[in-house]
Write a protein that binds this ligand. Structure first.
Ligand code: RFL
Ligand code: PHB
Length: 385
């Protein structure tokens, strides 16, 4: 079998890349280890920045997002018994949207532009330094297949084989805490997300829809989710998020999902080797505190699709040669922002750290310059930054 671009991984990076390539007149085949149902139901990101929404709208994927997504003007920061609103519209003229990654994934599948082979195994990349790279795999029936391509896009997340095919340097930071995340069948107790600093640890109130809430608690690494009863989770969320503060109430509800997520920062450089190009989580991981992972994946494939269309259709490799450097500028900005939000909001147990965090939070919520810096990064810099 032959295609112009072999894409490994049908997460948002792989599916959106395939969609953008189809629009640019370049064909692709996507290889995915999991089933379509599994990929579509994974609970992941919830926030889209303005440039992601603009891009999805521009390429025909914005209808349901704009009808069912919830546009937010900003976020709340809660600390020292007070809630502060940061208004991104006033500060930067930009908004963010609550629209689950599962919904983006469904819209991409519904668009029908990607030729995806689900439930493949033993995916391996070959001859990536030559001009005739190929991928081998076993199809869903266990039959050995070979896919020849002009280029390979590694969109297979942090555990896939593409990262290994790119001999390069990596930078990593592991954090000494994790998130206990819950999904609950209860309407959100807030109109916009609340990020809370508390001596007991960080908490976040997010949401998925008018009837579904998503909330997180900072917990020690290695925490077993089963060790937290539903009652204890709601009690701790209430304490950290400021229940009772100025009459605000957190309304609990039935918990439908409970999991623990470790947190790390990881950047692989360069993001290209020969004819393999990495995009999304295959190249970089950010802790979720800045809500950047999905948005970075979208920004990467926006650049990569243009580069591959120029190269494979018009024979112009300028953008392909610049891809890694161009993508990494934004990756490092988001890596810094995610690290900064994480270390500003999570307690480390060190009283000196706590005083620095509170000072920083006071500055961000009282100085226009401080607030604008956070808003500009959170609502997202323009694609191409
Ligand atoms: P994905 O989504 O992991 O997709 C990779 C795909 O590759 C497949 N795969 C393979 N396929 C073939 N052969 C192999 N050997 C393979 N190995 C793996 C996998 O099955 C999968 O389908 O990566 P992608 O496309 O780069 O997308 C990245 C995003 O999923 C990720 O960055 C975000 O979910 C991160 N993230 C958030 N990002 C945001 O922008 N805003 C948020 O609010 C936000 N919240 C979150 C998050 C991630 C979370 N978790 C669970 C990690 C909240 C959470 C809880
Ligand atoms: C989410 O809704 O899952 C979410 C929102 C904001 C974050 C992280 C996760 O920073």
């Amino acid at each position: 079998m032959r295609t112009q671009v072999a894409i490994i991984g049908a997460g948002p990076a792989g599916l959106l890349l395939s969609h953008l390539l189809t629009r640019g007149g370049v064909d692709s085949v996507v290889l995915e280890t999991r089933s379509q149902e599994y990929v579509a139901s994974r609970i992941r990101a919830g926030i889209l920045e303005q440039s992601s929404v603009d891009l999805l709208t521009e390429v025909g994927l914005g209808d349901r997002l704009r009808a069912e997504g919830d546009e937010h003007r900003g976020i709340y920061l809660n600390f020292a018994g007070e809630r502060h609103h940061l208004d991104f519209v006033d500060l930067t003229g930009r908004t963010v949207w609550v629209y689950g990654q599962t919904e983006v994934q469904k819209d991409l599948v519904a668009a029908g532009t990607a030729d995806v082979r689900y439930e493949v195994t033993e995916v391996a990349l070959h001859d990536v330094e030559s001009d005739k790279p190929y991928v081998t795999y076993l199809d869903a029936d266990g039959v050995a297949q070979r896919l020849d391509a002009g280029a390979i896009a590694g969109c297979d997340g942090s555990f896939g084989p593409s990262r290994q095919a790119v001999p390069s340097e990596h930078f990593e930071r592991v954090y000494p805490y994790s998130w206990l995340g819950i999904l609950a069948d209860v309407g959100p107790s807030t109109d916009e997300l609340i990020y809370a600093w508390h001596p007991n640890g960080f908490a976040l109130h997010s949401m998925r829809s008018p009837t579904v809430s998503r909330l997180y608690l900072q917990v020690p690494n290695g925490t077993d989710p089963a060790s937290w009863s539903d009652e204890r989770i709601w009690e701790e969320l209430a304490v950290r998020l400021g229940h009772g503060q100025d009459g605000w109430k957190l309304t609990p509800g039935p918990i439908t999902d409970k999991s623990v997520l470790p947190m790390r920062s990881y950047v692989q450089t360069p993001m290209r080797h020969g004819r393999v190009f990495l995009a999304g989580d295959a190249a970089h991981i950010v802790p979720p505190t800045g809500a950047k992972g999905l948005n970075l994946a979208i920004a990467d494939v926006t650049l990569l699709s243009k580069a591959l269309v120029d190269w494979l259709r018009a024979g112009d490799s300028t953008a392909a040669d610049a891809y890694s450097d161009d993508a990494l500028r934004r990756v490092w900005r988001c890596t810094h922002f995610s690290w900064w939000m994480t270390t500003m909001l999570h307690t480390s147990g060190d009283p000196f750290d706590a005083q620095l965090q509170l000072s920083q939070l006071r500055w961000v919520t009282s100085s226009n310059a401080g607030a604008t810096g956070l808003a500009e990064n959170y609502a997202g810099l323009p694609i191409g930054f």
